[in-house]
Design a binder for this molecule. Structure first.
Ligand code: LFR
Length: 489
């Protein structure tokens, strides 16, 4: 008998994929069935996700998966915080907003004038990001659509709804909204009521591992999947799926989930809700099995991706390999920036924004693309170091080892410099941590793998990993870190 195959739908900020995973004793093999671009669209009233293209891409991907053999279940993960609103008929009201839309900043300030950042943190434990759902909703309320809204569905839950007709809110993602009580593990009725939001907007919570439903006839017909194919609730926040698949052999590890964002932190049993933690802007998002993802967002490979898009618009598109080779040859520590600078958040010309930050901090602008890439990667390595050290200090833990997972783990310079800057051994990979986490949660729901530890051991023993020992002298990194601190003011 063949080992069962699970289909993971993993939508990222730049592309969506459907990946199948074959799981058996000592076996975990991923195959990409379909990949499609995710291109946000700027409408006159804001930056939107093309959710119909994403849904169609997912269906095309599931059809490709079905052609390769029987599929035991489907699971869906995406980025966090974004949502669609349904009316009383269950129809989607407009295209969901993109979290990089700039309506959120002013709305966040308004909400915080009412609730207070401390009170919000005490309940939700969520880092402040201007695009947290709670702030997006404050902006959305002034629209005509709002009066018709009856149900809020986060992105993965919206896609599950279109596949199955069932409505729910998966907890790892609900914990990124700013309306979730992190200690109680429930929607915060007090916050929802206090902000004047209808409690009935927020659907019942779902735990990863539960069954969301089975395919609606139209989805089964189109994809060729069996009509009774279950859609399993996975850790639908992509970062939660990635952390579940960190190939750690024992607890106490630190991680950086590195893609469009770098999410750097620890896995804890309980949230850290101190004032120091809030001031350092650490988040307590839900992980699998009630764990806490204690981490901070760092702007991540977005800086590099957006530089490359800017250069391509100017007719200059060197391949990534050539750029990285140039970066390796560029002068070390010529320029460093704080990746967390809010100026980098919106889409647009990234090299000019780096120039403006360098001018503001009295540094010379890089000489050519390789210099920019070096600046970005060294700055990210420094941000990884700073964030992991802060996380450990705030949580009362010691750092011994870093796991770098996600697409960024393919970037050897980033892995190497993260090891050198932190002075810690780095294990790099798997690059497909999110899809693995998605597949493994489905496999576990089907009784194939054990607890979180067992699941991680299966990743460690089956996936290709690379190891980076820190290279001696930390002092150059210390000096660069000091320069950066001084520039941050
Ligand atoms: C990563 C991620 C981060 C979240 C950001 C926006 O893909 O999900 O965890 O903060 O996207 O949703």
């Amino acid at each position: 008998r063949e080992d069962p195959v699970f289909a993971a739908v993993d939508l990222g900020a730049t592309s969506g994929r459907v990946i199948t995973g074959r799981v058996g004793p000592g076996e975990l093999v991923l195959t990409e069935a379909h990949r499609f671009a995710n291109v946000p669209v700027r409408l006159p009233d804001g930056l939107r996700w093309d959710v119909l293209a994403l849904y169609q891409g997912m269906l095309d991907g599931l059809r490709a998966a079905a052609r390769s053999g029987p599929v035991a279940s489907v699971g869906i993960d995406t980025w966090a915080v974004d949502y669609g609103l349904l009316d009383a008929d269950g129809s989607l009201l407009g295209m969901p907003f993109h979290y990089r839309d700039d309506r959120n900043g002013p709305a966040a300030a308004k909400v915080l004038a009412g609730v207070g950042a401390r009170e919000l943190y005490e309940v939700t434990g969520l880092q402040h990001l201007p695009f947290n759902t709670v702030f997006q909703l404050a902006a959305h309320r002034s629209t005509a659509q709002w009066g018709a809204a009856r149900t809020l569905l986060l992105m993965p839950d919206l896609l599950v709804y279109w596949l199955t007709g069932t409505v729910g809110a998966e907890v790892t993602n609900a914990s990124t909204t700013g309306l979730f009580d992190t200690r109680a593990g429930r929607w915060s009725d007090a916050l929802i009521g206090g902000l004047g939001l209808e409690r009935t907007l927020f659907p019942p919570l779902r735990e990863p591992g539960s069954r969301a439903g089975t395919l609606l006839a139209q989805a089964a017909d189109f994809t060729g999947l069996a009509p009774d194919t279950p859609v399993t609730t996975v850790a639908s926040h992509d970062t939660a799926s990635a952390v579940a698949a960190v190939p750690a052999r024992e607890p106490g590890f630190a991680y950086v989930s590195c893609g469009t964002w770098s999410l750097a932190g620890l896995e804890l049993d309980a949230p850290v809700l101190t004032e120091e933690s809030r001031a350092a802007n650490f988040t307590n998002e839900r992980g699998v099995d009630g764990t806490v993802r204690y981490l901070r967002n760092i702007m991540g490979m977005w800086l590099l991706e957006e530089c490359r898009r800017t250069w391509a618009r100017g007719g200059h598109s060197p391949g990534l390999g050539a750029l990285l080779a140039d970066a390796a040859r560029a002068r070390p520590f010529a320029a460093v920036v704080d990746p967390d600078d809010p100026v980098f958040l919106a889409p647009g010309d990234m090299p000019s924004r780096i120039d403006s930050v360098l001018a503001r901090t009295g540094q010379a602008v890089p000489d050519g693309p390789g210099g920019y890439v070096r600046c970005v990667l060294e700055s990210l390595a420094l941000a990884h170091r700073r964030t992991l050290r802060r996380a450990a200090a705030l949580a009362g833990r010691e750092l011994t080892h870093v796991h770098l997972v996600g697409g960024g783990s393919r970037n050897e310079l980033l892995c190497r410099w993260t090891a050198d800057a932190t002075g810690l051994p780095v294990t790099a990979g798997p690059a497909e941590a999110t899809a693995l986490g998605n597949v493994l949660l489905q496999a576990r729901a089907h009784g194939l793998v054990g607890d979180l530890g067992g699941l991680r051991r299966l990743v460690a023993s089956t996936q290709e990993l690379r190891h980076y020992a820190p290279r001696g002298d930390l002092s150059a990194w210390d000096r660069a870190a000091e320069r950066l601190e001084a520039a941050r003011g």
